[in-house]
Design a protein around this ligand. Structure first.
Ligand SMILES: N[C@@H](CCC(=O)N[C@@H](CS)C(=O)NCC(=O)O)C(=O)O
Length: 206
């Protein structure tokens, strides 16, 4: 019987980070999924009641309290299993991996904003320069990962690697025209490898 409930959407890359963690740490059975549909202009009443920001993921715990934001939920669930931690507990590794994870989240923030801009915003209100600025953030982050992080990414499938893998998966889903593989061959090779993991296969966006 599941003791926690995760507000969930199969296409949300922030939720996917949590789902990958659950698979990697053997906790899938502990969390029931509550599928919701929402957007900034069409909030979900139940989610908003539990998370005033109106965003998913949010995790309802057995005592009725709610955690929200994927980083907080990831940290919490990482402390609920006995295997190797996906967030290094201390020292340089902790801050390095969390900083890489934060940059992966920045790719997601920009990609989700781009999606809203092109999918939700009426055409006459769109702003090309703003869209370009979001794409520039994505490019700079990918260039940094390609140039500086390939060996680190390959060393552990942890908070940083899971974050980037979910970001690249989301770019494939929503921004295929960016064609990131053509410019980042190292990341493309790494992603091809990690995509084979059962946790990534089981959580592919629909
Ligand atoms: N910083 C948040 C971002 C979560 C987020 O943006 N989730 C999107 C779905 S992918 C959402 O709920 N959007 C609805 C909204 O912005 O109102 C996290 O890491 O959990």
């Amino acid at each position: 019987m599941s003791s926690m409930t995760l507000y969930h959407s199969p296409s949300s890359p922030f939720v996917r980070k949590i789902s990958v963690l659950l698979h990697e740490t053997g906790q899938v059975e502990r969390v029931a999924l509550r599928e919701v549909q929402l957007s900034p202009t069409a909030p979900h009443a139940e989610v908003t009641a539990d998370n005033p920001a109106g965003k998913i993921p949010a995790l309802r715990l057995a005592d009725g309290s709610v955690l929200h934001d994927s980083r907080v939920i990831f940290d919490y669930l990482d402390q609920q299993h006995v295997g190797e931690a996906l967030i290094p507990p201390s020292g340089h590794a902790r801050w390095r991996r969390l900083t890489m994870a934060s940059l992966a989240d920045a790719i997601l923030d920009a990609a989700v904003l781009l999606r809203y801009e092109t999918f939700l915003r009426p055409e006459e209100k769109r702003w090309d320069e703003w869209q370009q600025a979001q794409q520039d953030k994505i490019e700079r982050a990918l260039a940094y990962f390609e140039r500086d992080c390939l060996a680190e990414l390959a060393s552990h499938f942890d908070v940083a690697a899971i974050g980037l893998a979910c970001s690249l998966g989301y770019l494939d889903l929503r921004q295929p025209k960016l064609g990131w593989r053509a410019r980042y061959a190292g990341l493309a090779g790494w992603y091809a490898d990690v995509s084979q993991r059962p946790s990534m296969q089981a959580t592919q966006p629909k």
